[in-house]
Ligand binder design. Structure first.
Ligand code: ADP
Ligand code: MG
Length: 301
């Protein structure tokens, strides 16, 4: 098959591995820089232009759209969808996953286990929001943060109120969430491809750190999931409409709770920790699923 990886950086481990894994399965794989794509959106026959010429037809694209380029990146993915190219993650699902509040609302509606979470705009409602999620300690999150930046633990109600007030003063959108203390600074990354968790790792935050992000010095090891954890991850991916994603779960004393769903999960951490060839499984899924105009929303949403 002819497959394009939409990525801004060919040197990234994930991009390199995806090229390698695709070639190993006999595919013709190109890296296309998302931001270099441009298009005439009014033409009858949609196309994507690149470096002065029209791109050839691709059977499938693997979008690796970073959080900082979501807006333009999803427009490019949408254009491919309109051309009938299969995108492993559709544009609408990528946009959805980038907004933590929207994601949690969708998951909650379908009864996926979540930490108790509140959201408010007016500072006069802060106290009540803190109360409704169970009171301090609480975690306060910027809606569009990544890699642990913008995630704060407030140990007391007073601290929570002042942090929330400060964020609101800066016009930042935030979530207030029950702190899952019993997770012990660890979380589980479930790597989902299609309807299956193909690899899972437990990430432990550095000493004294409640955030387990590998970018913040966390470490990772292979973990065996319980049936409930596995089902929670698969259901979360399905509700989000993502075929390829990382579902992050906390082990709470009220069962597994989903913290977030990442539509561009990195391959390095998971392949190192589990020794699994995740790249190969991504192509197996594409081979099985990719058909012209297979994207559910066909770029309309
Ligand atoms: P980011 O998108 O920046 O990674 P997350 O929501 O994943 O933000 O939070 C970063 C880390 O903080 C998580 O990996 C987890 O270890 C910790 N964390 C986040 N929310 C909670 C919570 N409600 N209870 C306990 N730990 C949490
Ligand atoms: Mg995270």
């Amino acid at each position: 098959m002819k497959i394009a990886i939409l990525s801004r950086n060919p040197k990234l481990y994930s991009t390199r591995r995806l090229v390698e894994a695709g070639k190993a399965r006999g595919h013709d794989v190109d890296i296309i820089n998302t931001l270099w794509c441009y298009m005439d959106i009014t033409r009858n026959r949609p196309a994507v232009r690149y470096k002065g010429a029209e791109l050839p037809h691709y059977d499938a694209v693997i979008p690796r759209v970073g959080a900082s380029v979501t807006f333009y990146g999803t427009a490019v993915v949408r254009q491919f969808e309109m051309m009938g190219t299969f995108s492993i993650n559709e544009s609408v699902a990528i946009s959805r996953s980038r907004d933590k509040l929207r994601s949690l609302q969708l998951l909650s509606r379908r009864n996926v286990g979540l930490p108790r979470t509140g959201f408010a705009n007016k500072s006069s409602n802060i106290r009540d929001v803190i109360k409704t999620v169970g009171g301090a300690p609480v975690v306060i999150k910027l809606l569009e943060g990544t890699q642990g930046i913008g995630v704060v633990l407030a140990e007391t109600n007073k601290a929570a109120e002042s942090v929330i007030e400060a964020f609101m003063g800066l016009k930042a959108n935030i979530l207030v969430q029950e702190f899952i203390k019993e997770a012990g600074g660890a979380d589980i990354r479930c790597f989902v491809v299609g309807n299956r968790v193909v690899a899972a790792m437990k990430r432990q935050g550095a000493e004294g750190e409640f955030r387990s992000n590998l970018h913040r010095g966390g470490s990772a090891e292979l973990v065996k999931l319980t049936k409930e954890e596995r089902e929670t991850a698969v259901k979360a991916a399905r509700v989000m409409g993502l075929n390829l994603c990382g579902v992050d779960i906390l082990q709470s004393n009220h069962g597994p709770v989903v913290m977030e769903v990442n539509s561009t999960p990195g391959l390095e951490g998971i392949e190192m920790a589990t020794g699994k060839d995740v790249g190969d499984m991504i192509y197996q899924f594409i081979e099985k699923t990719a058909k012209p105009h297979r994207t559910r929303t066909r770029g309309k949403g």
